[in-house]
Design a protein around this ligand. Structure first.
Ligand code: ADP
Length: 189
């Protein structure tokens, strides 16, 4: 199995690279952000619980997030592997994911870190805002998301670095070129 974590701040290009990766490697894409947005759209209990957090750029509590992630993995017993996009975002989530995969005799193959500076992130999301209609793409909410990333999510990196599993890719430039670099690092894991 190929279990890849795509890691990076909001706007780093995780979604874009994920859709190319699932096609090439026939993997299942799990984006916790997409799962939450579907819950909100369908007005489920979870959706009602997380809507204001998400609209304001605040991380959803770990317990809720870990539950929906595990549920989604269990829905795909035939998968050749997974691309985890936007998960784990805290060390608690990373530990839960390791324990969960271990219970299935699996593990994270590697973590691809998409490296993009803060100015570029802000200008990409300002562009995306025009078409995404996402409340959390507003500038003040984006600042909150970047703050959440640098205060909580960044600690996930040393967690995986200690396992020797992180490869860092320059996330600025041509999408195809970035994709080739992502694939090269996956193949070297
Ligand atoms: P982006 O990477 O552009 O910030 P996502 O679609 O990955 O967007 O996430 C949108 C929002 O969903 C986050 O700001 C957060 O509120 C919530 N979310 C997504 N994944 C997680 C997670 N793993 N843990 C906590 N909250 C999450």
């Amino acid at each position: 199995m190929l279990n890849i974590v795509l890691f990076g701040p909001p706007g780093a290009g995780k979604g874009t690279q994920s859709s190319k990766l699932i096609e090439k490697y026939q993997l299942v894409h799990i984006s916790t952000g997409d799962l939450f947005r579907a819950h909100i759209k369908n007005e489920t209990e979870i959706g009602k619980k997380v809507k204001s957090l998400i609209d304001n750029g605040i991380l959803v509590p770990d317990s809720v997030t870990i539950d929906i992630l595990e549920e989604e993995v269990k829905k795909n017993p035939q998968a050749k592997g997974f691309i985890f996009d936007g998960f784990p975002r805290t060390v608690t989530q990373a530990e839960a994911l390791d324990a969960f995969l271990e219970s299935k005799n699996q593990e994270i193959t590697g973590v691809v870190q998409l490296d993009v500076n803060e100015d570029e992130l802000k200008s990409r999301i300002a562009e995306r805002k025009k078409i995404s209609g996402r409340a959390d793409d507003d500038e003040d909410k984006l600042i909150k998301r970047i703050e959440e990333y640098f205060s909580k999510t960044i600690h996930v990196l040393p967690y995986y670095q200690n396992q020797g599993k992180v490869k860092k890719i320059n996330g600025i430039g041509n999408i195809e070129e970035i994709f080739n670099n992502v694939c090269a690092s996956i193949e070297a894991f």
